[in-house]
Write a protein that binds this ligand. Structure first.
Ligand SMILES: [Zn+2]
Ligand SMILES: [Zn+2]
Length: 446
């Protein structure tokens, strides 16, 4: 097809092959870039904790409706929103583009003039300062931009795009359901069923770089709650009761030995981040509750680590005359990119970011429950660099001289550069288009 043919075909509104529509996707992404930044600032100023994404979901649904999508489904598993865009060209594939919407109970020290000063006074365990310290404001804004871009070329899309705005990625309060699995259980993907899921996460990596990993990008995760129960008594007469505190000390110390009971070649972490005691200086309290997280690079290690931690807690407590109950909540499978999906996706990633900016990255023990979608429907998950960084000779990110430094997600100082958001828009748009046209599908038999 010559350039003249392509232009003629474009005018006629017929399905195009090849470059012309990619260029148009980029042009449309550039046109929406300022609005994406504005959405991001607005979301960043008004962050909402997991399962409380009321205004975020409203902003999302209002914009999707303004685009004239075929359907805008709201209230899914809490505040989830799914926009359905059926393309005008023949094609059966269905791509689910996912953004998470929730913020964190972390103070906002990012230094931007759109920093949050929101405090959620009613959240369980709060009050908490609230901020987008994981960058989900960027994810939501970029996907709103991609919806705008793709709606603009809907007559030429050979298939269906689902814009999936997910609540509670960071984990809802333990008494509530929520997150990716809850969206699946609510039937959000029953019709149409995706043939690919795609997600991205902003990360402390050079601006505009795209990182991917074949295999597990993130580990398997579970929240652990350990309640050690003794018998309450006066602080002056501990023999009249049962002090749960020494048992807790033994559990915390024993956790340090768990690592040596599983293979050192597959990393495992067990971290207790919060201890809740009901005693005071002159009261030996009845219970102490430990809250923590278990992470395993290899999912099959989870059962073993959980079982050993349970035995450790129960028997340590028994040694002091106390009892322990151990619960594992909010399990999330690892984010796994299969070789065939990565191979199929690399040309798209390289076209969007530039070949030299698409790099293989290491695994981490973070989690992202996008894994529920990618494991079930197939697909890809990538990292998008958003910070003032360069790579050293070994390919590790290092701070750029004079820049804002390297700051990890969940840190109060976490920041993301506005200029990178358009790359997020283009990643979503190109991945969607390429999957629908059949350019981005894993090879038969893989
Ligand atoms: Zn996070
Ligand atoms: Zn996150």
């Amino acid at each position: 097809m010559t350039t003249a043919d392509r232009h003629r075909t474009k005018r006629q509104g017929v399905t195009l092959g090849g470059e012309a529509i990619h260029d148009e996707l980029d042009e449309r992404a550039a046109e929406v870039a300022d609005r994406v930044v504005a959405w991001r600032h607005r979301l960043h100023r008004s962050p909402e904790l997991s399962n409380r994404e009321v205004n975020t979901a409203r902003l999302v649904a209002d914009h999707l409706r303004s685009l004239g999508l075929d359907e805008v489904r709201t209230g899914i598993a809490g505040h989830g929103v799914v926009g359905v865009l059926r393309g005008g060209a023949a094609g059966e594939r269905v791509v689910a583009l996912r953004a998470d919407m929730d913020a964190l109970p972390v103070q906002d020290l990012c230094g931007a003039d759109f920093a949050s000063d929101v405090v959620d006074a009613d959240y369980p365990g709060g009050p908490f300062p609230v901020s987008h310290a994981c960058g989900h404001d960027c994810h939501t804004a970029a996907l709103l931009g991609a919806a705008t871009v793709l709606a603009g070329v809907r007559d030429r899309l050979p298939g269906t795009v689902l814009f999936v705005f997910q609540p509670a990625e960071e984990g809802p309060p333990v008494t509530e359901e929520g997150g990716a699995r809850a969206m699946i259980e609510a039937g959000a993907f029953a019709d149409p069923v995706p043939t690919m899921a795609f997600g991205l996460h902003v990360t402390p990596y050079p601006k505009g770089y795209v990182g991917y990993r074949i295999g597990n990008q993130y580990g398997a995760s579970a929240l652990v709650r350990i309640v050690v129960t003794g018998k309450q008594t006066h602080g002056s007469t501990p023999w009249e009761g049962i002090d749960p505190m020494p048992a807790v000390g033994a559990v915390l110390t024993g956790i340090g030995q768990l690592y040596r009971q599983v293979s050192a070649f597959a990393p495992v972490t067990v971290s207790i981040g919060h201890v809740e005691d009901v005693g005071r200086f002159n009261i030996v309290g009845q219970t102490v509750t430990l809250w923590g997280t278990v992470r395993c690079a290899v999912e099959s290690d989870m059962a073993q680590v959980e079982q050993r931690l349970t035995v450790l807690a129960e028997h340590s407590a028994a040694a002091f005359g106390a009892t322990a109950t151990v619960e594992y909540l909010q399990p999330v499978p690892p984010v796994h990119n299969s070789g065939p999906w990565v191979e199929a996706g690399l040309p798209t990633l390289r076209r969007v970011a530039g070949g030299e900016r698409v790099l293989e990255t290491g695994a981490t023990l973070g989690y992202d429950d996008v894994s529920e979608f990618v494991s079930r429907f197939g697909g890809l998950y990538v990292m998008l660099g958003v910070q003032d960084a360069t790579l050293d000779e070994s390919g590790r990110p290092v701070p750029e001289p004079g820049g804002r430094g390297l700051v990890t997600n969940h840190n109060p100082h976490f920041y993301a550069d506005d200029g990178t958001l358009v790359t997020g828009v283009r990643l979503h748009a190109h991945v969607a288009y390429d999957h629908l046209t059949g350019a981005l599908v894993p090879r038969e038999g893989d």
